[in-house]
Design a protein around this ligand. Structure first.
Ligand code: ADP
Length: 489
């Protein structure tokens, strides 16, 4: 009987379950979109119960039809949208409030107060992160401060999505997370690799709510047979989605870079055994911990990347599906001078401005939907260039090429424009599920299903830069002007 690793990829837009075979090839995928709630401008929430049910649903879809069976699954790896915060009651398993999504800005008052009180340098030194509503700590505090009955309830647990799903899968047996997820909470000390007492006190969060922190790859517990058609197997990896993609894209060496275009955009460079503290607002984060091996990464995050295309689809109704953006944008030569700065929820690295709003500049009487679509795709690439430029300064090296993945990397126009505007090759693996592959690799490694030497660079196609240097400079300067104007708005 063939054996497989099951990767669960719980993303911001959807939950996926993917079976990987011994050759790390995808044999079956199931997917379910999840609902985002926008209760106030800038707030983004999800229903943690819906996330849990979507996970059960995609697993059951995998085994639907009988081609694959639960007993063929040798281990499970979970990768997840990071920072998104759930607080639930250990007695009932019910969340006390919606999950506050990483994109949400509803905790800016908490964060601004800490900034005013001068805590930013201390937090940066300990966590490698910037003081921002993006990370979990202020979201936990917000729920504790704003939801009735929460502060005094000793039975409440906090978890990021990996941890919540693990707790559910094990029917409340295991309350744990891994270093990559912990390193995104703003409560985790990246030097000691543990929760930091001083930060817990600062955010007024009792340690008893927090999960145990474990290696990225290793057995966390066994899935309860009630959730797996009367079978069980180890859950042997939990890993934040961006770190999973880094692993899945085989960025094992120092200075290897990957860029993921999902809902948000995330560029990570492997910085090896050492954490690099950025001078330009990039984040230092744990890339993975496997036994004694700890790797770090420097990360630049873009809040709105593929979700800009979703906005064109849903709010503007320019296109029926995200994939149609490519055809629409390709129907014009260029954006006709239109620039979109998608600061829907402020701007992330390297700007970190949570007050500014998005802009569309350079429109004329001749501007049409296609120009806007093209400008949207270009904005994804310009935002990535902003990050690569500062990343090179932080690591003091020129980045020779990047690897790309994520939903929007299917867009050839985007990948080519990214190469043009960066003036370096952009490599896209033929295997598109880098995030799930990373989780599957880490889960398979822990149970001996995969060996380290199995993890070679996958087959890939390379896009070479084609735009001349002067044109690149001219366009990028316009983008920078547009960002400057947007930051004031
Ligand atoms: P996540 O893991 O964050 O849920 P995905 O990696 O699945 O995200 O990517 C989904 C995002 O990519 C959506 O925001 C969608 O609008 C965008 N997207 C998907 N396909 C395309 C495409 N062909 N061109 C541009 N954007 C796309």
């Amino acid at each position: 009987m063939e054996k497989y690793v099951l990767a669960i990829d719980q993303g911001t837009t959807s939950t996926r379950a993917i079976l990987f075979d011994r050759d790390q090839k995808v044999v079956k995928t199931a997917q379910k979109e999840i609902t985002n709630f926008f209760p106030h401008p800038g707030w983004v929430e999800q229903d943690a119960n819906e996330i849990w049910l979507s996970t059960l649903s995609v697993i059951s879809q995998l085994f639907d039809g009988g081609q694959f069976k639960p007993e063929q699954v040798i281990s499970i790896g979970i990768t997840n949208q990071r920072e998104t915060t759930v607080i639930w009651d250990r007695k009932t398993g019910l969340p006390v409030y919606h999950a506050i999504v990483w994109q949400s800005r509803q905790t800016s008052d908490i964060v601004n107060k800490l900034k005013e009180d001068g805590y930013e340098p201390l937090i940066k030194e300990k966590t490698g992160l910037v003081l921002d509503p993006y990370f979990s700590a202020s979201k936990i505090k917000w729920i504790r401060d704003n939801v009735a009955g929460v502060k005094d309830n000793p039975d409440l647990l906090f978890g990021t999505i990996d941890c919540f799903l693990l707790w559910k899968f094990t029917c409340g047996e295991v309350h744990a997370t891994d270093v990559t997820n912990a390193s995104r909470t703003l409560l985790f000390n990246i030097h000691t690799l543990d929760w930091d007492e001083e930060l817990l006190k600062l955010f007024d969060i009792p340690r008893s709510m927090l999960p145990e922190i474990k290696d990225t790859s290793g057995v966390f517990g066994n899935i309860d047979p009630r959730h797996f058609f009367n079978h069980t197997c180890p859950i042997s990896a939990l890993v934040g989605d961006q770190q999973a993609a880094l692993f899945g894209e085989s960025c094992f060496e120092k200075s290897n870079v990957k860029n993921t275009y999902g809902t948000g955009g995330f560029i990570l460079v492997n910085t090896g055994d050492k954490e690099v503290i950025s001078k330009y607002g990039l984040l230092s984060t744990v890339a993975w911990k496997i036994g004694e091996e700890v790797k770090y990464a420097l990360e630049g995050s873009i809040f709105v990347s593929g979700s800009l295309i979703q906005w064109l689809r849903d709010q503007m109704q320019f296109i029926p599906t995200a994939a149609d953006s490519e055809e629409l944008a390709s129907s014009v030569e260029d954006s006709g001078g239109v620039i979109i700065v998608p600061a829907f929820t402020g701007l992330g690295a390297p700007y970190w401005n949570d007050r500014c709003k998005g802009s569309i500049l350079g429109i004329t009487r001749g501007t049409n939907k296609a120009h806007i679509a093209r400008a949207a795709i270009e904005a994804m690439a310009y935002q990535s260039k902003d990050l690569i430029m500062v990343m090179e300064k932080d690591i003091n090296e020129k980045i020779p090429y990047i690897k790309v993945d994520g939903g929007a990397s299917a867009n050839k126009l985007l990948v080519q424009f990214q190469s043009d505007i960066l003036e370096i090759p952009v490599v896209r693996p033929l295997q598109p599920e880098a995030t799930a592959l990373g989780a599957a690799r880490l889960a398979g490694l822990a149970t001996g299903f995969y060996k380290r030497e199995d993890f070679k660079d996958d087959q890939a196609e390379s896009y070479e830069p084609q735009m001349d240097h002067e044109e690149v400079e001219k366009r990028y300067a316009k983008w920078q002007d547009a960002v400057e104007a947007t930051l004031k708005f």
